[in-house]
Every structure is written in C-alpha cells, then in structure tokens.
Design a protein around this ligand. Sequence first.
Ligand SMILES: Cc1cc2nc3c(=O)[nH]c(=O)nc-3n(C[C@H](O)[C@H](O)[C@H](O)COP(=O)(O)O)c2cc1C
Length: 245
Amino acid sequence: MNPIMETMLNHRSVRKYTDEAISDEMLASIIACGQAAATSSFIQAYSVINVSDPEHRAKIAAAAGGQVWVEKAPRFLVLCADLKRIDHCCQQEGLGALEGQAEHFLAASVDVGLMAQNMMLAAESLGLGCVFIGGIRNDPAVVAELLELPDQVFPAFGMCLGWPDQDTEVKPRLPVDVVLHQGKYRTDAVPEQVAAYDQAMSEYYQARSSNQRVSNWSEQTAAAVQRKKREHLLAFLQGKGFLKR
Ligand SMILES: Cc1cc2nc3c(=O)[nH]c(=O)nc-3n(C[C@H](O)[C@H](O)[C@H](O)COP(=O)(O)O)c2cc1C
C-alpha cells in the first residue's frame, strides 16, 4: 500500500460542502491531472464545462431530479464526451466527417470516464470531496441547450467538487475474487457470491452513521437500474450525431 492507493481506497462520494471556494488554479491542476489519463488513439475526446451561472445550476439540479448539491457545490462541472475536435481533424485531413460509429461513441465515453476518475482522484488527494452526477442524463437536451453543446458533444455526467462538510463511511465493494475471474468467466458462483455480498451490504446499510436503511445490494441496484432506463437517450445521442452505425 502507498499513499496513492490509500487515497483510492478511501474514496467515498461527498455531497455536502463548506462555503470555501476552490481557486481557478486548483481547478486547472485537477483538470490537467484528468487530461493525463490514457486516451484511446490519443483522441482526447472530452471537454469540461465549468458551470457557475446560478440559474443554469438550478435548472440542471432540477433536471437531475432535484439534487441540491449541484446548486450548492463550490464547483459544478459537466463532463462531456467530445468528438467535435476529431471530426474537425478528419475533415481537415480530407478523410470525411465522422458518421456516428458505435466504436467512436464508446471510445469517447471511455475517454471521458478515465479523465473524470483521474480528476476525482487528484481532487481527493488535495482533501476535496466530489460526487459524479449521472442524473444530468435525465434531461440531456436541457443541459445541452443551456451549455450550447454542439453536435458531436454529449453531456456524459456532472461532477460536484468542494471541501467536505460531512464524513461518511467507505462503501464496501464486491470482494476482489468476485470480479477477478481466472482464465474464463464463471457464472455458476454468481448466486452465492451475490447472496454473500447482499448480507455484507445489509449489515453496512444498517450500521452506517447516516442514511441507514434495511436493504441490500441486489435490492438497491436492481431498483436503481430499472428506474433509470432513460429511453430518450438513444434519440438524443443520434440527434447529436452519435450511434448511427
Ligand atoms: C457515472 C456516475 C454517475 C453518478 N451519478 C450520481 C448522481 O447523479 N447523484 C449522486 O448522488 N451520486 C451519483 N453517483 C455516485 C454513486 O452513487 C456512488 O459512486 C456509488 O453509490 C458508490 O458510492 P461511493 O462513491 O461513496 O463509494 C454517480 C457515480 C458515477 C460513477
């Protein structure tokens, strides 16, 4: 174990912040750390919008299902998967415009995810607390309109950052040997592994210091996934030039 690994293992999402500001310099270094992440074919397919307008924040918080931390966080960023610049390069090089290939959508989505996680780790190493906001995909059209996102750019998720004003426990993850398969994928152990983890998470949910509940992992995640079908997404993404073939 080293300090970087300890920071990683100490991660917990933070949704309550003090009023202390985050300087532009600090934000720029966090974003530079994000940009240091590996990027598919070096395309750097991401953009970050720093949203400071309180009205925009309020509208985005409402679109995200009333997440007050989107309004209150010292910084709120929208992380976009961005093929706009690469589309420009393709046309400049006489190779034709991008045509909405699934491969490029996936590459841009992975790029922005890797960048965001590097940013979160950098921020947490400075003592900041953060939470990602997938809730912006409830109404990506509103977000895209407010932020004037062009074609080939979609708002993947948001990120709140601030100095923590809450101390929550680390959420236990699945045991390593459940996610690490040796040589081939094993499905036979799934029911038993999920049952054991449900038991562990049920104990965690009942014992944690805030937001206690009688529940388990299966119940929480199944409900969350089925609640977030977001069936408008395919049409929205296709309207922005993604996922056409
Ligand atoms: C892409 C992504 C989107 C998320 N969206 C939200 C969100 O909209 N609101 C929220 O409160 N938490 C959101 N989260 C945080 C997760 O709920 C959280 O990471 C998960 O429950 C594990 O808890 P932990 O981060 O404290 O370990 C999101 C996380 C990710 C990776």
